[in-house]
Design a protein. Sequence first.
Lengths: 632, 112
Amino acid sequence: MNEFITITSQPAVCSYLQFMIFIPVAAGIVLFLVPEKYIRIKGILSVAVSLVTGYLTLALFSSAIRMVALDDLVAKSCMTLFGVNLLDGTSGFLTITTDNLSKLIIVFISLFSFLILLFSLAYIKQGRVKNYYPWFLITLGCSYGAVLADNLLLFLAFWGILGITLYKLIPGSDEESSATAKKTLILIGASDTILILGIAMLWRLTGSLSMNAISLPTDNILAVTAFVALLVGSFTKAGAFPFHTWVPDYSKDAPASSSAILPASLDKLLGIYFLARITTDLFIPGEWMRLLLLSIGVTTIITAVMMALVQHNYKKLLGYHAVSQVGYMITGFGLGSLIGIAAGLFHMINNAIYKSGLFLSAGCIEQRTGQENIDELGGLSKAMPITFAASLIFAMSISGIPPFNGFASKWMIYQGIIDFGAGPGIASKLWVLWLGLAVLGSALTLASFIKFIGGVFLGRRNTAFEKAKEVSPLMWLPMVMLALFCIFFGVFATNFIVPKLIMPVTGEFQFTGFWNSGLVSLLIIISIALGVIVYLAVSIKRFRTEDSFIGGERFHEKTGYPTPEFYKTIGEYRPLAWMYKKAEEKLFDIYDLSKHFVLWLSHKLSEAHTGVLPAYVIWVFAGLIIMLLIMI
Amino acid sequence: MTVYWLCFILFLTGLYGVITRRNLVKIAISLSIMEFSIFLLLALVGYADGAVAPIVDPADPFKVYVDPLPQAMVLTAIVIGLATTAMLMAVIIRLYRKYGTFDIREIKNLRG
């Protein structure tokens, strides 16, 4: 995208850019000073800030500027020490790029943060998470910064702060959630370290830190290492195999609104944004790198969805799906064709919409019932009709059912894979494998969402939740809006959304096959209407009432909707049972593996501590002698 | 050259004591031996055969003097060494009061 660079001198737009990053961060810091007692006021202020920045992002989205250096900021800096401007000479690093990709991402960041802040007003009660709103706003400002930064060092600074805010948005009051927070911090921190190494290698190879200027083919070993190192950074943020393990735990222990903003929407947007930068701007991935991306993509889809199938905690189930969907985006970027990249981006946006919606509905269910286990719930559809309708739309979107948005982007990915199969090379030869696994993953997603919807909303109501009622409008309004987005993005996918939003980023391309989302939606609506007419006209009076169909399993009296039994059968199936057992023992968790390694190493080292003086003296002198030998 | 080697052997003797003895007082004595081997080495560096103390005699400008710098240094170091030895003994006395023994194998709360 190098040909688009134009350094503009529009002062108005330049200051937009500064304010977009600094208003939320400054407001966040100020909100630290407001006592927790006034949490409602803090919330309203945060919503106002997100509205202001949302307006700024929209203004930026419609403007034409491409790239700016923040010279103004450097010149007017108040960071002076003894008359010397501390920021002097940094204008080379404070460069900001606003190509169509960045513009697209920041608009959606604003959208999600506004909706989720609205939800938080009713959801986050005093004392739930310490300093929720300040950290949220800092997250918001830094996300804008990370997406807009052109210089890799500037990007890295914002990216690093986001790792900390992720850690702070989880309560950490009890043992389990603080363990999760620690796990998140360690995984993100470790991946950031690898990312820094990758950027250092990139700098060594090209001598430049500007994203726009670098375009490196992965033909030598150093370039491949740098590519993989940057991938690790983006994969951990987005939550792809094998660095995904913080996502399910985080979604289980963090408040639902935290999961909705970070693992579900913002981290996806950022991680996949960075993946897009890596694969399209910074590097020109070679054949083997494509193979790597594709295999990681499909592995992520399948493993995460298999784990989601056997979960009983609905928040954890959603967490595994947050991982599984990333696989589709990686597959899209792995294809490298225009339609593949477009599909990856489109799926990222769609996924952020329905996944944050799902987390929000999980938050509603949790608030009304206080129960996180699917087996204990059931029959909430009558009590919470709006939540049910919204969740159903989200669930159908994520399972890829037309005309919702999940189908539109998944269909583009399938198209991309089929196109890709025509190309030369080993990755293209395996196209049937990629396609088959991607479709299988989608089917399994549907299976696990039948469990979610069925187990929570359908079946018999548990007597404990007789008094459960619909959540407050502040909580359902964001969900309804997200659900409308799901429908809108699905129905107008091929006619409006993709040509208007995605094509400016990737460039023009043609869809293959006959798929017109508007027409198909019309047909679906007509068929549903016909069905309703038939139902009403024929007026079926005589119908049987039966117990719920449970897939041939034995009926248990105490569970409301006994689908979990069916999923237990999957878990007991021989070859899968072995895998699930190993997964239960956390054999595939990179965090636990490295934890075991570190503990083993420190155990070995602690054996050297005999506590007896002569042993230490011998160590000291041995070290001294080795040092002398080296120095001589 | 031989004297330097002898100093080194004296140093190793002290080191051997530090490593092998179990009695804390004996370790302190061994440390003192190591210390004094170093002092000896430093004093020997400034020594010249047939030289006299460095008191300048204007009548005889060709007189050979020993180097006064190492001597001054060693004098300082002896004082410091005395202080550290006293400190060491104080620690040893405290350890004896706490554990009731001088045997360092009994005193191993640092064990990992």
